[in-house]
Design a protein around this ligand. Structure first.
Ligand code: ZN
Length: 110
């Protein structure tokens, strides 16, 4: 059964094939500011509708997307290299309960 989500204003809608089995609590310079809980899925299993704006920095490997209306971080995707996955901000999923899913600390600091 699929899982849906949206940003606060509803401009951006997300559809995933299933609930994430775990989410990442990443400590990279951006995630620790944005407090994302990231779920990873293959890009071809994810549907995202609505306009987003991408933030790109550093080595320009990924674009970090947010809703330009309400500002919610929505997802990230590769800008070139095929990672086989993309990141979804699980906080946007309907009925997301952080205490009900495994949260893995991911160490990308530095
Ligand atoms: Zn929005």
């Amino acid at each position: 059964m699929g899982v849906q989500g949206s940003c606060h204003c509803g401009n951006v809608r997300i559809e995933l094939p299933s609930k994430p089995e775990w989410v990442a609590d990443c400590n990279c310079s951006l995630c620790r500011r944005l407090a994302w809980r990231t779920a990873y899925f293959p890009p071809d299993q994810v549907r995202i509708s609505g306009e987003t704006t991408a933030y790109v920095w550093g080595d320009r490997m990924i674009g970090i997307h947010h809703c330009p209306v309400c500002g919610c971080g929505t997802h990230w995707e590769s800008l070139g290299e095929d990672f086989g996955k993309m990141g979804i901000n699980a906080r946007l999923l309907d009925d997301f309960d952080e205490s009900a899913v495994e949260v893995r600390k991911v160490d990308n600091a530095g």
